[in-house]
Design a protein around this ligand. Sequence first.
Ligand SMILES: Nc1ncnc2c1ncn2[C@@H]1O[C@H](COP(=O)(O)OP(=O)(O)OP(=O)(O)O)[C@@H](O)[C@H]1O
Ligand SMILES: [Mg+2]
Length: 311
Amino acid sequence: MDGTIVIQNLTKSFQGFKAVDSLTLTVKRRSFLGFLGPNGAGKTTTIKILTNLLSASEGQAFLNDVDVTKYPKKALAGVGAVVETPEFYPFLTPNETLEYLGTLRGMPKREIGRRGKEVLGTVKLEEWADTRIGKFSKGMKQRLAIAQALLHEPHVLILDEPTSGLDPRGMVEVRNILKDLKKGDYTIFMSSHLLNEVQEICDSVALIDHGKLLAHDAVSSLVSSSTAKAIEVRVLQPLDGHTIERISGFEGVESAAPLSETLLSISFKGDETDQARLLADIQALGLKVVSFKESGIPLESLYMSLITDSR
Ligand SMILES: Nc1ncnc2c1ncn2[C@@H]1O[C@H](COP(=O)(O)OP(=O)(O)OP(=O)(O)O)[C@@H](O)[C@H]1O
Ligand SMILES: [Mg+2]
């Protein structure tokens, strides 16, 4: 279907070493996939094959129904990509850069002007449209990279670690742009190292290691009741052993360990209703709860267990 990404049995060998190993993965139209995996997992290699920067050893990848391994030009016509830190000519302005890139893509001049304005608005660089890129921060360059990817109105976007190397503010700015894009008609494939980022902006997650797919599911199912999460509870008065023992026995509680006299870390399995009940149960013990919050990233425990198993 138009706007989908279908990867079938994709393999890339470098002198016998399989960087991508029989990868099969489908991204539904208008969904946002986070492609996670440790260093060397094969994320960039997969993305380079999807964007025809590398050839596949085996398998296919369909972008908008066209196999990029066979018909790269046609397959990539409706695709925008940001792969690796983009290098722009420092002496050009964003307007000049987009004009140059649009011309390379065969877009009519008027269309480039119209879209250029739109995409610079999307990435919040309109005020910088005529400033030389040499003056730009890394975050601004990354936003310009997203703008150029959107120029020819693609419906599929492929991004390799779009927030990597940015400072916290730069990261937030890029994430906000990606969140805005979710409202439009885009299918997005984004690699990342950052579990919190994927959890915050993606609909589904594919986790790979050693080139192999370990898990692929909706973010909401992956972080659901099946995985234990850490909850930190801070109370007003010091906790005693008896109280901690009682909390350890509450439904869904796997363990409860004091981090200080008034801070308890609870490993807990359950959905939001169960979690609300846990808080009520703790308060029913007569404890004055100052704060009750999930600590750490729910995806983290799943990630750690799957990656450890595959190593
Ligand atoms: N041109 C190449 N020749 C030989 N091996 C390569 C080549 N490109 C990548 N590899 C190897 O393939 C594996 C996967 O690399 P890849 O860059 O796809 O990982 P990644 O998941 O993007 O990692 P990172 O998170 O560090 O960006 C690594 O072991 C890497 O060393
Ligand atoms: Mg990479």
